[in-house]
Design a protein around this ligand. Structure first.
Ligand code: MSP
Length: 666
């Protein structure tokens, strides 16, 4: 039976342009929404903008606009980015929407009538930029404990929501519902705070004399409501006027009952208290059910540093998406760090993941299979013949994948989901090597070759299905390449998950490379700065288009075979590094002295970006000892060490147990 699914992101302030932090939550919510639609569940995915309050008023003044004009412009930036990132939100709420304003006023009036809001004289400290009141014990040396800016002493009449009386009920709710706040560490923080500190009442008004840009209190026209009261209410108000029809009805009351409460509120860790404490107690007071879960994710830094506009290191998703496409960005942010922990964005790690996982593992798998089906079966998906080695394992991984995804996504464990999905990609790549289709073709064993290529194509179909929530455009391209014209977004996981649905005889439609490798040297310099990617690329073609014909690609997919006599020509020995230093003026080259048992050789190796010289001393390595000497940057090299590389990762090959220098490697 399908289960309705309501998921929200925070509504973003229109005092600034969207950045990686905003994109992160929205992508995560989109993945969940796409996944649940794939399961056939009715979904309401809500995002939007938070448009009232001091910050917005100030930002508008600085730009010489009215607050509403400013909000209209900045709100569009978010909408445009969501289109670019292929976000499938069902609604976009703006807190300046007439209908939202009406719901906020309705709730305020209801609370006031129930005696849940009281007028009091407030005297104390106030942080204007944060729009927050602080008690004497909170502040340090006259500064806001949150932002560190000076606080002001103010005295004024205000309205208070009697939040304190819900303290015990809230503790009990958190205890009774272990998934209410996640991750667990954050749940414990909130519980710890609620158990050790007395919850105060919440000031929910601002005198218009101080702040005019807000929703007027329905019971006192001299005040507007606190921006958080207004903002948090969006989650509920949207179910009344922006949610999809429910149970065949467009009646707001039916829709509200159907879509509320939300299943997940995804938020950043900094706004967990407002959600778990203010919002929960507001709902208790109004008499509405609480959301199923509030999940607080971590924060992104850039190159290990906090992002800030003044430093100029804010990651702009627009630049990355314009340069590398939406899917690479969507994949990276969810794969790189567990949701809930802080993550760091650097150009190097982005490019490494792009080149190794997306271009090599996934992109090459598809292009190899396309090329071989093209060459050996005239572009038609072959039928299977006799079982081949590894068939059962490959099929078992593919068949087990949907259950793993379900488990991982239920826990919002996006990076584990992607790691698991990659098991199938990796296994399929290994299956190619193990079954060497080019050898079967040489032997003209078309029946076995058919099995191998069918299994690979079918694995790719399931890879597309499973990765669709994260890389929707790429997943669709994979399906189209396999000759499947259906839209994945209209499919059901239940029907499509079964192994063997790919139709033999389907005509493949090879497309362009899914993820053309980023060539850091050719593009904009190794480790090019993505912040400036738009400038550094200057409209040049950034990616390498595939220039090979299908036949040449098929050739390239086949390793050229050599005889044992060819291999025997290469003499490999174990060597021990006794000294290492950088070659002058080179970032990459390191000069090594290597003991090879009978003598010491000087070897120059291009490993300086991955290893510091001191890390190398006393290491056992493998070197080619019968290579003609060569000069590298004027320094003679009498041999070559073996190292593996994948993308930007480089690893020197070492024997896995102690063995004396000079030992032969064969
Ligand atoms: N308007 C409020 C939310 C109201 S929700 C009822 C707000 N807006 S915001 O635009 O300032 O921030 C929105 C979200 O961006 C928050 O969840 C915040 O955690 C997130 N991020 C801001 N910077 C971030 C990073 N550097 N990394 C990850 N997320 C970050 O707060």
């Amino acid at each position: 039976m399908s289960k309705k699914f309501t998921i929200t992101t925070p509504i973003y302030y229109v005092n600034d342009v969207p950045h990686i932090g905003h994109a992160y939550t929205t992508i995560a919510a989109d993945v969940m929404a796409r996944y649940r639609r794939l399961l056939g569940d009715p979904v309401f995915f809500l995002t939007g903008t938070d448009e009232h309050g001091q910050k917005v008023e100030k930002a508008a003044q600085e730009r010489g606009k009215t607050a509403k004009e400013h909000a209209d412009i900045l709100s569009e930036n978010f909408k445009k980015l969501w289109v670019k990132l292929e976000i499938t939100n069902d609604a976009f709420i703006r807190t300046t929407d007439r209908e939202h304003v009406a719901v906020v006023q309705e709730l305020l009036q209801k609370l006031y009538d129930k005696g849940e809001i009281e007028r009091r004289t407030y005297e104390g400290w106030y942080c204007t930029p944060d729009e927050r009141f602080w008690t004497e014990k909170d502040i340090h040396e006259g500064k806001c404990p949150d932002c560190g800016r000076p606080v002001e002493q103010i005295k004024e009449d205000n309205y208070f929501f009697l939040m304190s009386k819900y303290q015990d009920r809230l503790i009990q709710h958190i205890l009774n519902n272990p998934n209410f706040i996640l991750p667990e560490s954050r749940r414990n923080e909130v519980l710890g705070f609620l158990r050790t500190q007395k919850l105060g009442d919440l000031c929910i008004s601002r005198p218009k004399a101080r702040l005019a840009w807000g929703i007027e209190l329905p019971f006192d026209r001299n005040y507007v409501t606190y921006v958080w009261f207004d903002a948090l209410t969006n989650y509920y108000s949207a179910t009344r006027y922006l949610s999809p029809p429910a149970e065949g009805s467009n009646d707001p009351a039916v829709r509200e009952r159907f879509w509320w409460p939300a299943d997940h509120h995804l938020v950043g860790k900094d706004i967990l208290t407002t959600h778990s404490v203010y919002w929960s107690t507001m709902l208790m007071a109004v008499g509405l059910p609480l959301p199923g879960n509030i999940f607080a994710h971590g924060w992104w830094t850039r190159d290990g540093k906090k992002m800030s506009k003044s430093v100029g290191n804010v990651v702009d998703p627009n630049v990355i998406v314009d340069t590398y496409g939406p899917d690479a960005f969507r994949y990276f942010v969810l794969r790189e760090v567990p949701f809930g922990l802080d993550g760091d964005f650097s150009t190097e790690t982005f490019i490494t993941r792009f080149n190794t996982e997306l271009a090599n593992d996934l992109g090459n798998l598809l292009s190899r299979v396309m090329t071989m089906v093209g060459k050996y079966f005239d572009g038609k998906v072959p039928a299977t013949g006799p079982e081949q080695p590894g068939d059962a394992e490959l099929r078992a991984i593919a068949e087990g994948m949907p259950a793993l995804i379900d488990r991982d996504l239920a826990a919002l464990a996006f990076n584990r989901y992607l790691q698991n999905a990659w098991q199938l990609v990796t296994r399929a790549n290994r299956y190619v090597e193990e079954n060497a289709p080019w050898t079967l073709a040489k032997k003209n064993d078309m029946a076995c070759l058919g099995t191998v290529l069918y299994n690979l194509a079918e694995s790719l179909r399931i890879i597309g299905l499973c990765l669709y929530p994260v890389i929707p455009g790429t997943a669709q391209k994979i399906w189209n390449s396999l000759g499947i014209s259906k839209e994945i977004s209209a499919c059901r996981m239940d029907e499509e998950r079964a192994w063997g649905r790919l139709r033999p005889g389907a005509v493949i439609k090879p497309g362009e490379q899914l993820f053309p490798r980023i060539d850091t040297k050719k593009d904009s310099g190794r480790g090019s700065d993505l912040l400036n990617a738009d400038k550094s690329c200057k409209g040049e073609k950034r990616m390498e288009p595939s220039t090979l014909t299908p036949q040449a690609e098929a050739k390239a997919a086949e390793p050229e075979l050599i005889g044992i006599e060819d291999f025997a020509k290469v003499q490999l020995r174990v060597g021990k590094i006794t000294a290492a230093e950088r070659v002058e003026k080179s970032e990459k080259l390191v000069k090594l002295q290597v003991d090879i048992g009978t003598e010491t050789r000087q070897v120059v190796a291009g490993i300086g970006k991955s290893y510091a010289p001191e890390q190398l001393i006393d290491r056992s390595i493998v070197i080619v000892v019968n290579l003609k000497p060569a000069k590298l940057m004027g320094v003679e090299s009498q041999g070559m060490l073996l190292a593996a590389s994948s993308g930007d990762i480089l690893s020197v090959v070492t024997p896995d147990r102690e063995i004396k220098p000079g030992a032969k490697v064969k």
